[in-house]
Structure formats: C-alpha cells, structure tokens
Ligand binder design. Structure first.
Ligand SMILES: Nc1nc2c(c(=O)[nH]1)N[C@H]1C(S)=C(S)[C@@H](COP(=O)(O)O)O[C@H]1N2
Ligand SMILES: [Mo]
Length: 318
C-alpha cells in the first residue's frame, strides 16, 4: 500500500522543496532570476486578471459557462494547486515547477484510431481555433474556483485521430521525468499520473484541452503545455502535462482510483449526494470566499451532461 499525500509529514516534504528551489537558482542563472522576479511582481496585486502578465492569445472566441460568478484571481489559480509531480503542498507546484521545460513538446495519439501520430503542441495550437471558456471547477477536497481557460474542445483532436468503433475510452498519460518533476522520485503516487474518460465524455462539447488561462500561456503549475479540463467532474480528472492520448476498448486505470478505490471512482462526477468516505461533498468553499456554498449536481452542468449517465446508478458508479 502506498503512502498517501495527506499522511506525509511536513518534515518529509520540506527538504526536497528546498533542494529544488536551490537548484533553480543555481542552474537557471539570469533566466531563473527573471522568472522569480516576475512571480514576485504578480503576487503583489490580486485584482482578477490584472496581476496576470500580458496576454499571449488574441482574438479568442469567448464563452461564459459560469454565469455571473466572479472569476478567481490569477494569483489564487496559480499558487493553490494540486500537482504531486511538484510536491504535495498547495504552494509547492508554483515553486517547484518553474524550471520545468514545456517546449518543445509532443503528444502521442495511439490505439484504436485510423490516424496514429505524434503531434507537436505548437501545431495543435495553430490548427485549432482557441477559445476562452469560463468554467466553474470543483476539487474533491471541496474547494472550488472559476477559471477562464484558453483551449480547444478535445472533440476536435479526437475527430482528427479518427477513432474506430473499438475506441470506447480515452486514456491520458502525464510526462515522466524525475529530473524535472522531483515529486516523481517519491512514491506518493504510482507514476505516471494517468486518467481516462468514456469516449462520449471525451467528445462532449464541454470537455476541453486547455493551453492557457486568463488569456496567456498556461503556467507550469496549472499543467503546461496542455491539460484536460472536464468541468462537471472533480479536479483530479484534469490531468496535466499530457504526453499520450490512447484510444482503448476497456475502461483504463486512473491514478486516484488505483490509490484508493473506495474513495475515488472512475467517473468522479461532482455529486453533492455522494459523500467522500471521510468528508461531505454537499458544500464547497470558493477560493477567496468566506461562506461555503452548496455544491450543484454535475457542478452546475447537469443540463448539458446528465443525459450521458441516464440509467446508471451514480452511487455505484461514483
Ligand atoms: N499530472 C497531474 N495532474 C493532476 C494532478 C496531479 O497531481 N498530477 N492533480 C489533479 C488534481 S487533484 C486537481 S484538483 C487539479 C488541479 O488543477 P489546478 O492546479 O490547475 O487547479 O489537477 C489535477 N491534475
Ligand atoms: Mo483535486
């Protein structure tokens, strides 16, 4: 049985974090120093979006799927993260992912498709028209954010791969690189991080591949250069730094389900009526707010996605 992140003692985590920070300073020289300075500036201001460096993407088609809910400030989205490849603390990824190289970057498309290929992320960005989509996001730990993602529908990429009728599921894999992803030197999770969707979930128009947020390139701690965004599911489905997308016949293994099957299911649809065994899922705390709010079925996207699960027992298939 693996040790779980939340059982780690602070004393075990800290030395590595210090080591990585020191390495950044030593090996990056001027570039590293600049990176640190830019972050320091962005931390000094917290109006939503205003603290973000200038936009990388222009002429984005815009869609708001979060109603009039206030967008979470850029600093919160980029300093409160789960990304165990860079440490188990919420602040660790912002610190430890600075030196992670995300260029050049390729993604292997394989399995039950007519057009297997290895594609470059820059090509994908050129090929697909990018959109901004404001989504409500909900982590299984009961915090939530509203994030203006930049990306394209996963369905576009799937169409290009031409899945065969055997492609029932899509399996995603994160990069393995223990030199650059120091958390992978420890067995907190079974590396690489893997996730999966049923093909109809993967091709649903709400499902996105994100390459940016707040109009700029995705920060490393949020999953650069590309990560999955499925707004009606708990956050752990949103796998970061994807290097492989495989189309498969059988339901693929997923990291947190392997780790603790009674706590994390394959579907992981946001469901206020199914508690996590160790805490309630009925409410959530929006980052930056004091009072908790009620969690909505499918995170508020039930009208769009509930029919995907018609006839399923969502207590069993949690
Ligand atoms: N590769 C990888 N992807 C990951 C994780 C991780 O540890 N490793 N954590 C997941 C969890 S639990 C959450 S809540 C979201 C957080 O995304 P954010 O930091 O952009 O908010 O990333 C998900 N994707
Ligand atoms: Mo999460």
């Amino acid at each position: 049985m693996k040790r779980r992140g939340w059982n780690l003692r602070e004393s075990e985590v800290t030395p590595e974090a210090l080591y990585v920070r020191r390495r950044d300073f030593l090996s990056l020289g001027a570039a590293g120093a600049l990176g640190v300075a830019a972050t320091a500036v962005s931390l000094s201001c917290d109006a939503a979006g205003k603290d973000a460096p200038s936009p990388t993407f222009s002429n984005l088609k815009r869609g708001n799927f979060a109603g009039d809910e206030k967008q979470t400030p850029f600093t919160d989205i980029t300093t409160y993260n789960n990304y165990y490849e860079f440490g188990t603390g919420k602040g660790d990824p912002a610190e430890n992912a600075r030196a992670f190289h995300t260029h050049p970057w390729t993604i292997a498309l394989e399995g039950e498709i007519n057009k297997p290929e290895v594609v470059d992320i820059d090509d994908l960005i050129k090929r697909f028209s990018l959109e901004e989509r404001i989504y409500r996001m909900r982590c299984v730990e009961a915090w939530s954010m509203v994030i203006p993602w930049v990306g394209f529908p996963l369905a576009e990429l799937i169409k290009r791969a031409e899945p065969t009728s055997n492609a029932k599921y899509v399996a995603f894999t994160t990069k393995v690189d223990p030199n650059e992803m120091p958390g992978q030197n420890r067995s907190v999770l079974d590396w690489p991080y893997v996730e999966g969707l049923r093909i109809d979930e993967a091709t649903h128009p709400l499902t996105m591949i994100a390459v940016g947020l707040y109009g700029r390139t995705l920060p490393n701690q949020n999953g650069a250069p590309l990560r999955l965004v499925v707004p009606w599911k708990y956050g752990f489905k949103g796998i970061k730094a994807i290097v492989k997308i495989a189309f498969v016949k059988e339901q693929p293994k997923t990291t947190w389900n392997k780790m603790a099957p009674s706590e994390y299911g394959f579907y992981a649809n946001v469901n206020p009526e199914v508690d996590h065994p160790r805490w309630s899922q009925a409410k959530e705390r929006r980052i930056g707010e004091f009072f908790k709010r009620r969690t909505l079925p499918f995170n508020g996207y039930a009208d769009q996605v509930a029919q995907l699960y018609a006839g399923m027992d969502l207590r069993k298939s949690f």
